[in-house]
Write a protein that binds this ligand. Structure first.
Ligand SMILES: *Cc1c(COP(=O)(O)O)cnc(C)c1O
Length: 415
């Protein structure tokens, strides 16, 4: 193994100590661009989190929840058969699809719920687009015995009926948002308005490493369990660190969850953005690849813009990845050159989806299939070595869409 003095990433040992800065900056990115009325509410959350994250009682309670309720640690799995078929680097998966409720999102929702409980709050508030964050937060609210208001655009409510039913069964109120385009952007605005009215009793819970400070930090910290577990598990299995790791990047929570533990290691890191149907504006959601600096939803980051400098229309077959900005820490890690940001198209993700089904017996989320598709490219290009993929979620939610468009995937075979 590489001796430590040869580790090109040695400077990153103190990275977490200094990032973000106390005012929530990752270099020039991040910050908190808030209406005046909400500044005290966000300061209260920051202060509570900074106190609680060092308390033994909080840490022990979160550990217990992760073990007994979520079923952590999730395993690391060696895709022996798929790796043999590809004939290059060995592919390993961190199985967040086996986390309770089927994806990594519950990792930060349970953390946010516990934070709310320690702050004496009685209600969790959030918006949701495809409904995945709403379902995870409704799960946390049911566990902690709290009320839960999920704001959702009317268009999304129609499209995502099963997730709406799930949220309601879990006891959440789904509040339809009927202005503008009636999708995620309007839902974010409505959730903020709802929160403004009752922040004494409620807490706003964001769904990724985005939004105003302290959320990019809080969500990263709660998700980092993924990487710390995986690093130990991988070393125990192989005696080494992986040569490379990768994860898909929407807002950036499952990827920061995996990356954080490896920043100071001699490990190559790849963040995988959705290239959708291609490079034209409106055909992808590759915010780092094509974006420029801009403020949206209360934080400064890299953003896809239209001609007028407004957030551009975005598209990906993976609804969890189609966001026109990205977590500020990713913009910073890109600027520092510590993480390589690459992209895969819808078609490449779909191929990876079917190969994992057929050769490993695992149906992955179409978001996670983007990360796997990059790992397949890596394995085809590297004859030896290892790559660890964050399999952020399971694919049950995607099978109808994929079946309608690609059938059962008989055409995707390796000889
Ligand atoms: C929401 C979601 C994502 C994308 O969100 P990030 O914050 O970028 O991780 C990825 N995978 C799955 C399964 C999701 O549900």
């Amino acid at each position: 193994m590489t001796a430590d003095f040869e580790n090109p990433n040695k400077g990153f040992e103190s990275y977490l100590q200094f990032n973000p800065t106390p005012d929530g900056r990752f270099g020039k990115y991040g910050g908190a661009y808030l209406p005046d009325e909400l500044i005290p509410a966000f300061e209260e959350i920051t202060e509570a989190y900074n106190t609680i994250c060092n308390s033994a009682q909080f840490i022990n309670e979160l550990r217990r929840i992760r073990k007994e309720f979520q079923g952590r640690p999730t395993p690391v799995y060696h895709c022996e058969r798929l790796s043999r078929k590809i004939g290059g680097a060995q592919i390993y998966l961190k199985r967040e699809d086996l986390n309770h409720s089927g994806a990594h999102k519950l990792n930060h929702c349970m953390g946010e719920g516990l934070l709310a409980k320690f702050m004496g709050k009685k209600k969790l508030i959030a918006e949701t687009g495809a409904g995945q964050h709403g379902v995870a937060l409704a799960t946390a609210a049911a566990y902690f015995g709290m009320d839960c208001d999920i704001y959702m655009g009317e268009v999304d409510i129609k499209k995502q009926a099963p997730n709406v039913t799930r949220m309601k069964m879990l006891g959440a109120s789904v509040i339809p948002v009927s202005h503008g385009l009636r999708t995620l952007k309007e839902a974010v605005d409505a959730a903020f308005e709802g929160y403004m009215k009752e922040y004494n009793d409620a807490i706003y819970c964001i769904g990724s490493c985005v939004g105003p400070h302290p959320f990019p930090m809080i969500v990263r910290d709660f998700q980092s369990v993924v990487g710390y577990e995986a690093r130990d598990q991988f070393k125990e299995m192989t005696g080494l660190l992986p040569e490379a790791i990768c994860a898909c990047v929407g807002g950036g929570s499952n990827s920061m969850g995996l990356f954080t533990a490896f920043l100071a290691d001699p490990v190559d890191i790849y963040g995988v953005e959705p290239m959708g149907r291609g490079e034209k504006m409106g055909d992808n959601a590759a915010s780092i690849t094509f974006g420029s600096e801009g403020v949206m939803h209360g934080f400064n980051s890299l953003m896809l813009k239209d001609k007028n400098g407004e957030p551009a229309p975005v598209y990906s077959c993976a609804s969890g990845l189609d966001y026109p900005s990205v977590g500020p820490e990713h913009a910073y890690l890109h600027e520092l050159g510590r993480v390589n940001y690459v992209s895969v198209t819808d078609d490449e993700a779909v191929e990876a989806f079917f190969l994992l089904c057929r050769y490993e017996g695992i149906i992955p989320a179409i978001e996670s299939s983007h990360a796997l598709a990059y790992a397949l490219k890596f394995a085809r290009e590297h004859k030896t070595g290892t790559i660890l993929v964050n399999l952020s979620g399971r694919g049950d939610k995607d099978i109808d869409y994929i079946y309608e468009n690609y059938g059962c995937g008989e055409q995707f075979k390796l000889d």
